[in-house]
Write a protein that binds this ligand. Structure first.
Ligand code: ADP
Ligand code: MG
Length: 379
């Protein structure tokens, strides 16, 4: 470690998806927002061409030293490095390839610290990617746009880490704004900031992390994707995005019942995302409760990716006075969100805790998140 004064600190947030589940890989719509938990990277200069990353997470201090930037350019992940380093080094690798000739890559020490819980469905992966991306972009003079940096993050996650994820998480983490969500069209990658107005409406978003992780989530995900492809093929369209709710009657007659329900979830979920954006603009956040509930019902009954813990979280949150609630994320476990009037926070928390206890479920982790600003330089 050098003793040099830090060059600066950059940070990027985790995210929560307000609505739009399993729509991303169907070229559809999503509406995530950046949250107030962030991952920060403090950067110090080096005199050599070495990139050194360190992070304290999971109670362990891990670090790795990469011989030089030339080696990194050739490969983001030599066999010997611990998996977590493929996130920051993968970003450096992707940025080296995406940067223009005018960029000046040089050696740096990156010290990473985070308040985004890992694996809780809040995308700690996008937070670390985007924090490193904005830091290196500025320090190396790459001058890539925020949108370019979302692609750098996804490339790192797809190619260096090897996780076949979409671009929603990085988009929210890069482009988020206070008290706003980021609408993303996954086909065109066009984005729009949609004010949420939670603050003036005295509303909070409560995350109910069931702490359930299901072994078959990977297989389930693959199966759902395959059903979506089959459904699109049966309807002779490239992607389910190309279908509207008015096409569902015909869809029911050209595919089996299970595939039809998978298709119906995606088609109606896309419509719900668009409707949520419209309702937020015209009537404000207190009017989106029904849409959140309809989204949950669709994932529970049509897409069949909920679990009893998530259904209980949604039902109990509503009985405690939430305006709306739904499971969020890929399903088979993970978290639910509830939109809750500030003066009902305790009642909702108590109702969920009591319902979990009565069902013999492990106590969930319940906390609020604030829609927050995306990646930036802190100091
Ligand atoms: P999540 O839902 O939190 O994004 P992922 O499995 O996609 O879960 O990403 C989590 C992985 O990202 C961790 O296992 C680790 O490899 C890496 N990661 C996230 N945050 C940090 C951090 N602060 N320091 C080091 N690695 C991190
Ligand atoms: Mg992730």
């Amino acid at each position: 470690m050098t003793d040099a004064a830090p060059l600066g600190v950059w940070s990027a947030p985790g995210r929560v998806n307000l609505i739009g589940e399993h729509t991303d890989y169907n070229d559809g719509f999503v509406l995530p927002f950046a949250i107030d938990a962030r991952t920060a990277v403090a950067v110090a200069p080096r005199t050599d061409a070495v990139l050194r990353v360190s992070s304290s997470f999971d109670d362990s201090e891990a670090s790795v030293q990469i011989a030089d930037l030339d080696a990194l350019f050739a490969s983001p992940a030599p066999d010997s490095v611990p998996e977590w380093t493929t996130y920051p080094l993968g970003v450096a690798w992707a940025l080296l390839h995406a940067a223009p000739e005018t960029a000046r890559p040089h050696g740096l020490d990156l010290a990473i610290a985070s308040s985004v819980p890992v694996g809780a469905g809040l995308s700690s992966s996008a937070a670390i990617e985007c924090a490193v991306a904005v830091a290196l972009n500025e320090l190396w003079g790459a001058e890539l746009s925020a949108k370019d940096l979302t692609r750098v993050g996804r490339t790192a996650e797809n190619e260096a880490v090897g996780a076949p994820t979409g671009i929603m998480d990085q988009t929210a983490s890069m482009l988020g704004e206070a008290d706003a969500a980021v609408f993303l069209d996954c086909r065109t990658l066009a984005t729009e900031i949609v004010p949420l107005g939670l603050e003036p409406a005295d509303l909070e978003v409560l995350v109910i992390d069931t702490l359930v992780t299901h072994a078959h989530s990977t297989g389930g995900y693959r199966e759902r994707r395959a059903s979506c492809e089959q459904g699109a093929a049966a309807m002779d369209v490239a992607m389910l995005r190309d279908l509207a709710p008015g096409d569902l009657e015909r869809a029911a007659s050209v595919m089996d019942e299970v595939t039809f329900r998978r298709v119906r979830h995606v088609v109606t979920e896309n419509a719900r995302v668009l409707e949520t954006v419209r309702v937020l603009r015209e009537s404000g956040p207190r009017a989106i409760g029904e849409l959140l509930l309809a989204s949950h019902a669709s994932m529970r009954d049509d897409f069949e990716i909920s679990v009893p813990e998530l259904d209980t979280a949604v039902e109990a949150a509503m009985s405690g006075g939430a305006i709306g609630a739904r499971m969020t994320g890929g399903g088979f476990g993970g978290a639910a969100i509830a939109l809750v009037p500030r003066d009902r926070l305790d009642a909702v928390t108590d109702a969920v805790t009591a319902a979990f206890s009565a069902s013999g479920f492990r106590a969930p982790r319940i906390f609020t998140v604030q829609p927050s600003v995306g990646a930036h330089r802190d100091r």
